[in-house]
Design a protein around this ligand. Structure first.
Ligand code: N01
Length: 541
């Protein structure tokens, strides 16, 4: 497509995580001269940085993995039903080596700016070291949860102990034994971290602003021969996964939520039926009702029942009450855990309910809340991410007429067409942008569909003599109306819902539910229909 030169490429891919690695492989297969730029020193993306104790995926390993290569899925050996961070990191190394991807990846290369040259129909990509590269297409595989939201508590810099951040955990690990440790944050990360830290630290104090809804789950090593048997049936497993709305047909944090919707309504259940649900199903039983996701009243009833189920596990009534959420279930991403509530029965664990008085400051010796001071040796911040848009808004992206992507998303909202492209930004493909299924599905299944669609699109343009593709504003508007209409009947739009799903966790971020909730198969059908019709909603030039 472009003349070979050390600084000119057909496509530049930003990021060498799950999406970027597959993008490189796919584009290479299509004969597209591609370079990947990666800020880190190795492949892995978010799985490279989130090395905190307890980090693991909450989707089964055999489904949270690439399906595009039977050779890879047959050769790689998963040791546990749900993979821990080191194994996922090792898997991505294996894939990079197997497909000989590293020769087209520049590590330690952070993209700081991208400008679309309208006359040339190309992107100028600038790196932190001042290098300029040119590409016909940019594929932003920069991740939906790759930018940690570092907190700014007053006095943070005065703390004389160790401050650790789950989103960039020290590679060499950190010995917490004999330490008084404080953890701020009880989302997916905190819920995974807390039971592990409790076993290692002398004392753990959990600073909790919003209690989590979290479902206990057994993660176990595969039995002898079990993985081989699964691999023998991989074709059927992948076929079922492909047809499932969340891209994971086996048990996962998402499929649990999905299965709940098919249950009878809570509002029609007698008190005896409700009690039986928590006797038999524990916290899971409290939430497994068909109306909980759609009816805020039913949701509140479920929250109350959930509190009763928590009180059956957590011995101290005050702690149990503090662990009972006050926000609607479903607003935040579903969480599964290994021994979370039992952790609060340990003698060396204290829960500080920040609803009774927030953090005031970090002091040289610990954390001061309105309720008192806690002396600590280590503070762990598990405070989340500037999700979905954060990675791209930190790059100075300018499209047609010098339109800034960060300004557009912050003033209008995180609008896209198909969750792939943005009007005004020709030849820029965003993997799992707002408006795509990513956030509420198996990320790997969703990204494979995206990469394949993007690859086919670039090949179509090349083969049909087009040089540019750009989303049309009307099509973008209709797509956002469609994605918004899908969530309108759910509790996700309740004003009390605040999470990274809708940007509510980032001060000042424009709020909009950023997922596509009709499921991956329906999304794939729509994307294919658009491509088959010659890319309707896009202008080709
Ligand atoms: O981030 P979060 P996360 N003072 O935003 C609290 C994926 N993931 O890193 O809810 C006090 O969910 C905040 O409180 P609140 C997964 O998609 C997957 O845990 O805003 N507290 C919340 O408790 C997940 O959804 C896996 O009131 C403050 C926490 O910090 C996503 O990553 C594992 C605070 C942040 O929770 C993000 O999860 C891990 C403050 N100033 C992550 N600021 C698996 O695959 C924030 N908080 C299993």
């Amino acid at each position: 497509m472009t003349k070979p030169s050390p600084s000119r490429f057909d496509a530049i891919v930003i990021g060498a995580g799950f999406s970027g690695l597959y993008a490189l492989h796919r584009l290479r297969e299509l004969g597209v001269r591609t370079l990947v730029l990666e800020a880190a020193e190795d492949v892995g993306g978010t799985w490279l940085f989130n090395r905190y104790p307890g980090a693991r995926c909450d989707i089964e390993s055999i489904e949270y993995s690439y399906s595009f290569s039977d050779e890879i899925q047959q050769e790689w050996v998963w040791t546990e039903t749900m993979p821990a961070q080191p194994e996922i990191e090792a898997y991505l190394h294996f894939v990079a080596d197997k497909l000989d991807l590293r020769r087209d990846i520049r590590f330690n290369t952070r993209v700081v700016a991208m400008t679309y040259d309208e006359a040339a129909g190309e992107w100028m990509v600038q790196t932190q070291s001042g290098e300029s590269l040119v590409a016909s297409f940019v594929v932003a595989a920069s991740g939906i949860l790759s930018v940690p939201l570092d907190p700014d508590f007053p006095g943070m810099e005065t703390f004389t102990g160790a401050s650790l951040f789950t989103g960039h955990w020290p590679k060499e690990g950190f010995d917490l034994s004999g330490k008084r440790v404080g953890v701020i944050g009880t989302g997916s990360t905190g819920v995974q971290l807390i039971p592990v830290v409790a076993k290692e630290a002398e004392h753990l104090t959990v600073f909790q602003r919003s209690p989590a809804y979290t479902l206990p789950w057994e993660v176990r090593p595969f039995d002898d021969g079990e993985l081989d048997e699964l691999k023998a049936n991989y074709a059927e497993i992948r076929a079922a996964q492909r047809q499932h709305a969340v891209g994971a047909a086996r048990l996962s944090a998402f499929s649990v939520l999905f299965d709940m919707m098919a249950k009878p309504p809570l509002k029609a259940a007698s008190r005896q039926e409700q009690l039986r649900a928590i006797e038999e199903g524990g916290v899971m039983g409290a939430l497994s009702w068909g109306d909980v996701f759609f009816d805020i009243e039913a949701n509140r009833m479920a929250a109350k029942l959930y509190g009763e189920a928590v009180a059956r596990i957590v011995k101290d009534p005050e702690t149990a009450a503090s662990l009972t959420p006050s926000h609607p279930f479903g607003c935040k991403r579903p969480i599964i855990d290994q021994g979370y509530y039992d952790t609060f029965n340990r003698d060396n664990v204290t829960l500080v309910d920040l609803r009774k008085g927030p953090i005031v400051e970090i002091t040289p010796t610990g954390i001061r809340t309105e309720q008192g001071h806690h002396d600590l040796d280590v503070i762990i911040y598990a405070t989340g991410f500037d999700a979905m848009t954060g990675a791209l808004t930190r790059i100075n992206v300018h499209g047609r007429d010098r339109l800034s992507l960060a300004d557009f998303w912050s003033s209008e909202g995180p609008y896209t067409y198909l969750g792939i492209a943005v009007a005004g930004f020709p030849n820029l493909f965003i993997v799992q942008a707002p408006g795509s299924p990513s956030a509420a599905t198996n990320f790997v299944a969703a990204l494979e569909q995206h990469i394949e669609w993007i690859g086919d699109c670039i090949a179509y343009l090349r083969d049909n003599g087009y040089r540019t593709i750009e989303a049309l504003p009307d099509a973008q508007h209709e797509w956002i109306e469609h994605t918004t209409a899908l969530v309108a009947p759910t509790v996700l739009v309740d004003p009390s819902c605040s999470s990274w799903y809708n940007g509510g966790n980032v001060p000042g971020k424009k709020r909009m539910y950023m997922g596509y909730t009709a499921g991956i198969p329906e999304y794939r059908r729509r994307c294919d229909e658009i491509a088959d019709a010659g890319y309707t909603g896009f202008k080709l030039g």
